[in-house]
Write a protein that binds this ligand. Structure first.
Ligand SMILES: Nc1nc2c(ncn2[C@@H]2O[C@H](COP(=O)(O)OP(=O)(O)OP(=O)(O)O)[C@@H](O)[C@H]2O)c(=O)[nH]1
Ligand SMILES: [Mg+2]
Length: 446
């Protein structure tokens, strides 16, 4: 395959930049530009060497170069990484010199695509590389790293192995079709196997909700009556004056979204228009959006003016915030005796958003996020989820076939569908179109 090169560090000036070269001729081409104590072809693997990039007697830069020989490199090919000074001019010139010496500019994701082609990683791991690069929170990073280390791949391999076992047992069963007792014993054993596979697939598809929340954030809606202090609370949580606050009821019209990170997990906060009867058309549209935000939210913070309000929203995912506690006289005892019955139900915080007292609420949010914990691999990729759903549908068909004592050939077809769907996740079965689609989303240089 042709030798490719690209700048692997972000575009712009920096302390250093890394230019990566990969392919059969990587070391030879880099050697034509490198001047050091030794030639690159003579230096050992994985050790940085000092030298200069020189062409026709002109020195471009002083560099550190590392050589990785196939198959012990990221791509599985001979690879040279040149760390140069992070000047835009130096980086671009270095790439140009490499191209003039015989390299081709790499396409987005081409290094990772080669790693996939060379069997260094499967497709779900290649996707994890992109996720890892894009990770902005600890939870996202942890998820991508575990996928990169084979979290999903291992489970898929395990399921595939059991499917193959099921398939061979089924074929055996076919041979015994004349002996009814054997046939019967086989079928119930097969059914039990299929059942366990379905449960495993269900666990994986169920984990997508968590995976999605980690990747795209957990939606938290801040709702309540007009003037309760919702926008004040949003500002306090975000730590800046994001939403307009005023003592005029109906201040917030449109929903406002902000992102915060709690315990390494991204939360998407939505401040909404206060819920009340109104003749104002625009405000009414805003209130419609508030209802939509409530529907979409995984966590709802209902803000209540502690001096006169009562909770209106119930649910496991609701936190009741009794706000403006600073206006109450005996705040530490019972701020509002009318509210006592509600205290027992659900999660309650008494606070003053205006005074920025949000730590107790953050603590509650942290607890609520924790309940999203999962055993085993967590699916966060929509492509994987879709394939797992198809695999699950196929295994349900296998079970139905076994129960209805359909002939083995029919059941085998469903089994094959299930195997194929799983093969798409790891890339054993994929079209060029799917591959192009996945790798085109990568940045150049990875
Ligand atoms: N004393 C006191 N006043 C508060 C507190 N929180 C909010 N306020 C005041 O209550 C009024 C309404 O606050 P907002 O944050 O705009 O209320 P809102 O719920 O967003 O109101 P709408 O957008 O109109 O639905 C403002 O004058 C705030 O300064 C608090 O904890 N204590
Ligand atoms: Mg508001």
């Amino acid at each position: 395959m042709q030798t490719i090169c690209a700048i692997s560090t972000p575009h712009g000036a920096g302390g250093i930049a890394v230019v990566r070269v990969s392919g059969d001729a990587a070391i030879r081409i880099a050697d034509t530009l490198f001047q050091g104590k030794q030639r690159l072809m003579d230096i050992p693997n994985n050790i940085s060497t000092h030298g200069y990039i020189v062409r026709d007697g002109v020195t471009l830069d002083e560099v550190m170069v590392t050589v990785f020989r196939a198959p012990h490199s990221f791509t599985g090919e001979d690879t040279v990484e040149i760390a140069c000074h992070g000047s835009l001019y130096v980086q671009q010139e270095l790439v140009q010199w490499l191209i003039n010496a015989g390299c081709r500019m790499a396409k987005g994701g081409e290094f990772t695509q080669r790693a996939f082609i060379n069997g260094k990683m499967d497709l779900s791991q290649a996707e994890a590389v992109a996720d890892l690069i894009a990770a902005e929170t600890r939870a996202e990073k942890d998820l991508a790293l575990s996928q990169l280390r084979g979290g999903i791949s291992n489970e898929i391999a395990d399921i595939r192995e059991r499917l193959l076992k099921l398939s061979s047992l089924l074929e055996l069963g076919l041979d015994f079709a004349d002996h009814e007792e054997l046939e019967f014993a086989d079928r119930s054993e097969l059914l039990a196997l299929a059942d366990r596979l379905e449960q495993h697939l269900t666990r994986l598809t169920n984990s997508f909700e968590t995976g999605n929340a980690i990747k795209n954030g957990i939606r938290v809606a801040i709702v309540g009556k007009a003037n309760a202090g919702k926008s004040t609370l949003l500002n306090a949580l975000v730590g800046e004056d994001r939403a307009i606050v005023s003592d005029i009821a109906g201040t917030t019209r449109d929903t406002i979204e902000e992102r915060i990170v709690v315990d390494g997990q991204l939360l998407l906060l939505t401040d909404t228009a206060g819920l009340r009867e109104t003749n104002d058309q625009i405000e009414r549209l805003g209130i419609e959006r508030s209802h939509k935000a409530i529907e979409k939210a995984q966590i709802i913070i209902e803000v209540i003016d502690a001096t006169n309000g009562v909770p209106c929203i119930e649910g496991d995912n609701v936190v009741h915030v009794f706000n403006k506690i600073d206006l109450m006289e005996c705040k530490m005892q019972d701020p509002n005796p009318d509210l006592s019955p509600h205290r027992a139900r659900g999660r309650v915080v008494y606070m003053s958003a205006k005074n920025g007292e949000v730590s107790e609420l953050i603590e509650i949010l942290r607890e609520m996020i924790k309940t999203h914990h999962h055993e085993g691999a967590i699916v966060s990729n929509a492509r994987h989820y879709e394939a797992l759903c198809r695999a699950k549908k196929a295994i349900i068909a296998v079970k139905a076939g076994l129960e209805e004592t359909l002939s083995g050939e029919f059941i085998s077809m469903d089994l094959k569908d299930c195997l194929d769907a799983l093969g798409e996740i790891t890339g054993q079965i994929t079209s060029q179109e799917v591959l192009n689609n996945i790798f085109s989303k990568f940045c150049i240089g990875k």
